[in-house]
Structure formats: structure tokens, C-alpha cells
Write a new protein. Structure first.
Length: 184
């Protein structure tokens, strides 16, 4: 499998690749992807979960018990649950966010998609996301998997990153450009 972007070079990438290959071999890519999406959401919503994965003070056994309880309460699939256990026992839970991103990249490559990171000032509706995907598909000539992020500081508009290309139509950027132009 081709791994562009140096996925195998990073620690989180090696963990993600191992999980991806296990999921692919067991025909559970979609199930694992759903579980990882749930973990990603939990990370953004729960201070306790963020503390668990980032704290160097929490011991291996405590972390392993905590992620086992979390996996059971979230009803995660067995591969993802085991993956969390491995990270906890290796004291690598801090690698989880990067491993999730790497897994998403591998999954997109596997599906023949391009990944786009889209930042908006507020949550986008499903209709807006679908229209954005259609527009991006026309622009890049391939299916586009969209990773959404909300950042109210951009005020409005969108910032879209596809690989090394960035399209910044945010109001914050437009205001900054206007301020620069007015300075002369």
C-alpha cells in the first residue's frame, strides 16, 4: 500500500497503519472508521477524555482500565477497543488524535478519495457539506472526503485545505487584506 505524506515515518502513523491493515484484513474498515469518528467527537467534547489521553501522570494500568471502560460505554468495536488498550499499555494515548488523522488519510487513499480539511465559523448542514463536496469534486476531479472543523475566529466563509493547496475565503482574511490595502 502506498503511504504518501510520510504516514509510516511517524509513530502515530505506524499505529494507524497497523490498525488500518487489521481492519482491512478483517473487512471492518467502516466499523473501525465509525468507532474512530466517535472517539474523535468524544475528544473534542470531553475535557476528561482529553486529560486521559494527554496526562503523563496516569499509569499504564489505570489508563488501560479507563479506556476499556470508555470503549465499553461507547460500544466500540473490538479492534478499536484493543487498539486503545495497546496505546494505553504502551503509554502512547497521546498519539491517538494523530493516529486517527493518519487512519482517515489511509482510508481515503484506499477509497481513491482526496481529503479536504474544511474550517468554517459555524457547523455546516448536511446539504452544505454535500454541495461543498460536489464543488470540490469538480475542482479536483476525484471524490473528496471532508473533515470538518469549526473555528468562530474566522468570522465567516471557509478555509479549505486539500493537500498542500489552501483556499481561504474567510471573512477574517478578507478583512485583513482590506486593512493592508487601506494602509497603502
Amino acid at each position: 500500500m502506498e503511504n504518501s505524506g510520510g504516514i509510516q515515518a511517524s509513530l502515530s502513523g505506524r499505529y494507524a497503519l497497523a490498525l488500518f491493515e487489521l481492519a482491512r484484513d478483517n473487512k471492518q474498515l467502516d466499523v473501525v472508521a465509525d468507532s474512530l469518528a466517535g472517539l474523535k467527537a468524544a475528544q473534542s467534547e470531553s475535557v476528561e477524555f482529553r486529560n486521559l489521553i494527554s496526562s503523563p501522570v496516569i499509569g499504564r494500568e489505570t489508563a488501560a482500565k479507563a479506556v476499556a471502560a470508555l470503549a465499553a460505554s461507547m460500544k466500540l468495536d473490538s479492534l478499536t477497543s484493543n487498539f486503545l488498550g495497546v496505546l494505553a499499555k504502551a503509554r502512547r494515548l497521546s498519539q491517538l488524535p494523530a493516529a486517527i488523522r493518519a487512519f482517515e488519510t489511509l482510508l481515503s487513499q484506499h477509497r481513491g478519495e482526496v481529503r479536504a480539511e474544511v474550517t468554517s465559523a459555524h457547523d455546516l448542514s448536511k446539504t452544505q457539506v454535500t454541495a461543498l463536496q460536489k464543488s470540490l469534486r469538480t475542482r479536483v476531479g476525484r471524490d473528496v472526503a471532508v473533515a470538518l472543523k469549526v473555528d468562530p475566529s474566522i468570522l465567516g466563509g471557509l478555509v479549505v485545505k486539500i493537500g498542500s493547496q489552501m483556499i481561504d475565503s474567510s471573512i477574517r482574511t478578507r478583512l485583513n487584506m482590506l486593512a493592508q490595502a487601506m494602509k497603502g
